[in-house]
Design a protein around this ligand. Structure first.
Ligand SMILES: CC(C)(COP(=O)(O)OP(=O)(O)OC[C@H]1O[C@@H](n2cnc3c(N)ncnc32)[C@H](O)[C@@H]1OP(=O)(O)O)[C@@H](O)C(=O)NCCC(=O)NCCSC(=O)c1cc(O)c2ccccc2c1O
Length: 266
């Protein structure tokens, strides 16, 4: 596969840049987007002339806002258990034997925030915003999105992020250890280039071994994700989950609970 429609793939000076190219959807991914990202990561990952992979989104609004809610109808539009091979995509970011840097140029929400979490490093524009929205829209990432996030930002913070679904500014993401650096938007590319060049000067084999050894310690989370995905496929068939998607598309608050007598108007 190389005729991509949902992503861009560019190589310059040993750096592969993979960009989600759906700015009209705030760079949300559908099934096809995930498949193209998996293919591009595989292509760059096993090309010996490439030392670093940069993952980003086209435009200045969004890095990625997760699953495309307009392609979600009790499941997404692609392959896999839930119609999005998202666990394969996250696995591929970890699998490629070179650093993947998230260049966060705007919103990193839902599955977009999970991509940032999974990347080896993350550099954000000062305008970027981060957060999980699953419990607001009838979804949850039950593997790297939850358990690995806790390793990155700590248990209490990860639970806050998932239970409250707040949005966090770039400086807050830096303080919690979700990103490595924050720079003004105009300096984002120069900063990312600097980090790539520093990595390119290092031994690729030493870096590959380092990456695999970091991964080994958290690889059991992949199993948790697989188990959770089975539960998620069932959850997507429920009214509760459908209500979350409908509410987002209708731009209203979801109604997940039956109204109690106290809440009813006389
Ligand atoms: C990104 C926002 C915070 C922006 O909010 P704002 O108020 O500034 O703007 P709007 O809300 O009006 O959005 C502008 C415009 O973009 C469209 N849009 C934004 N995000 C999406 C999206 N994800 N899908 C489709 N369309 C999107 C929006 O509809 C507007 O279009 P108009 O035509 O009306 O102008 C805010 O938009 C936001 O919170 N977006 C995220 C919404 C969301 O629900 N994301 C998906 C969550 S589920 C998920 O990502 C997911 C990830 C995983 O990794 C999983 C893993 C395993 C299992 C399941 C997973 C999963 O479900």
């Amino acid at each position: 596969m190389s005729d991509y429609t949902d992503i861009l793939y560019e190589v310059k000076g040993g750096v592969a840049r993979i960009s989600i190219n759906r700015p009209e959807k705030y760079n949300a991914f559908r099934g096809k987007t995930c498949d193209e990202l998996i293919d591009a990561l595989h292509r760059a990952g096993w090309d010996k002339s490439i030392g670093v992979i940069v993952l980003t989104g086209v435009g200045e609004k969004a890095f990625c806002t997760g699953g495309d809610q307009s392609a979600h109808d009790g499941g997404y539009d692609g392959r896999g258990l839930i119609g999005l091979p998202v666990e394969e995509l996250q696995g591929m970011i970890r699998e490629v034997p070179k650093p993947v840097i998230a260049r966060v140029n705007g919103f990193a929400i839902g599955g977009g925030n999970v991509l940032v979490t999974c990347c080896d490093l993350a550099i954000a524009a000062d305008t970027a915003q981060f957060g999980q929205v699953g419990p607001k829209v009838g979804s949850v990432d039950p593997g790297f999105g939850t358990a690995y996030l806790a390793r990155v930002v700590g248990e209490k913070k990860a639970r806050e992020i998932w239970y409250l679904c707040r949005r966090y500014k770039a400086q807050e993401a830096l303080a919690m250890g979700l990103v490595n650096a924050v720079v003004p938007m105009a300096e984002l590319d120069a900063e990312v280039d600097r980090w790539c060049q520093e990595i390119m000067e290092k031994s690729p084999t030493a870096i590959a071994i380092a990456k695999r050894s970091f991964n080994a310690d958290s690889d059991s989370i992949r199993g948790i994700g697989g188990l959770g995905m089975q539960a998620l496929a069932l959850y997507y068939g429920t009214e509760e989950s459908h209500e979350g998607v409908k509410a987002f598309l209708e731009k209203r608050k979801p109604r997940f609970r039956p109204q109690s007598d106290e809440g009813k108007q006389a």
